[in-house]
Design a protein around this ligand. Structure first.
Ligand code: CA
Length: 287
């Protein structure tokens, strides 16, 4: 496990690999930044979102789609210009958007949470290519990791305080979800499930907030592997690199006490390891 970028993020999140540009995008939610990391040159660029930004997705048009505090915006990484395309809970300044990802049909799913994390105040939304926003799930507390099986039949999802990784039956044709159930629960004391990604074998990789590790679970929830991370608050992970064999892990520093910050100087950094399995390319927004 290597810290490839000492990003000093407050709340690093939402990594996504762009195989065309061979770079990794991730966000610093509370700082309102989209980071672009190029592993070949080890260079980085920070693009301001203009507001808190919970997630970033690639698009077929070549720009980026962001889930920001009050909705969805597009960001042109070449110019840095942003454009709002849809409001989400824009009348609720005590809420913000959080984690999100595109499904194989090119819809962008992202959820919300109360900034004070009060229970059941958030929801999960689906932005379609036509720009319409649909509410898919209500009474969510901290909407977090999301990904789909490659056969398009399952959607995995985390509402962090439940401690559970859940799965829905997914209908890729109409984008509906049904029959929610728990795949596995992270045991007390091991941290809280946060961002997740599936690998090419259909196994789940989940970052454990306050757990200092990422874990790999089988599709039916059997713990396969624990990969320690040298910071207590990893937040999310994704595969990247030319062969999709690099596992990138984001992390946060905002939850640490001053003493813990001294003990974890790399908190907020971007980490990478090669676990010996590969991931898959991210889907792009088709709007
Ligand atoms: Ca998260």
């Amino acid at each position: 496990m290597e810290c490839v970028l000492d990003a000093k993020a407050e709340l690093g999140e939402g990594p996504v690999w762009d195989p065309v540009a061979a770079c990794l995008y991730f966000v610093d939610i509370t700082a309102g930044l989209v980071h672009r990391y190029d592993p070949e040159t080890r260079s980085t660029r920070a693009l301001p979102a203009g507001t808190m930004v919970g997630a970033v997705a690639l698009s077929v048009a070549g720009d980026l789609l962001l889930a920001v505090r009050d909705g969805f915006i597009r960001l042109d990484p070449a110019t840095g210009l942003t454009r709002k395309i849809a409001d989400v809970e824009a009348d609720r300044p005590d809420q913000r958007m959080n984690d999100g990802k595109c499904d194989s049909f090119g819809r962008f799913w992202a959820g919300t949470m109360a900034i004070d994390e009060r229970p059941a105040a958030g929801a999960l939304y689906r932005l379609d290519a036509d720009g319409r926003v649909h509410t898919m799930l209500e009474h969510v507390t901290i909407s977090n990791g999301i990904d789909w099986s490659d056969d398009g039949r399952l959607m995995y999802y985390v509402d962090t305080p439940t401690g559970s990784i859940d799965v829905f039956d997914f209908d890729v044709a109409d984008g509906s979800i049904a029959n929610r159930r728990s795949v596995t629960r992270v045991e007390a004391g091991a941290g809280w499930p946060d961002g997740l990604t599936l690998d090419a074998e259909g196994y789940l990789w989940v970052a454990l907030w306050s757990g200092g590790a990422v874990r790999r679970y089988s599709p039916d929830g059997v713990l396969d592997r624990v990969v320690p991370v040298p910071v207590s608050h990893p937040t999310s992970c994704t595969f990247g690199g030319a062969d999709f064999g690099d596992l990138y892990i984001t992390s946060a520093s905002c939850a640490l006490t001053p003493e813990a910050r001294l003990q974890q100087p790399l908190a907020g950094g971007l980490f990478r390891c090669r676990p010996g399995v590969c991931g898959r390319p991210a889907h792009r927004f088709r709007g």
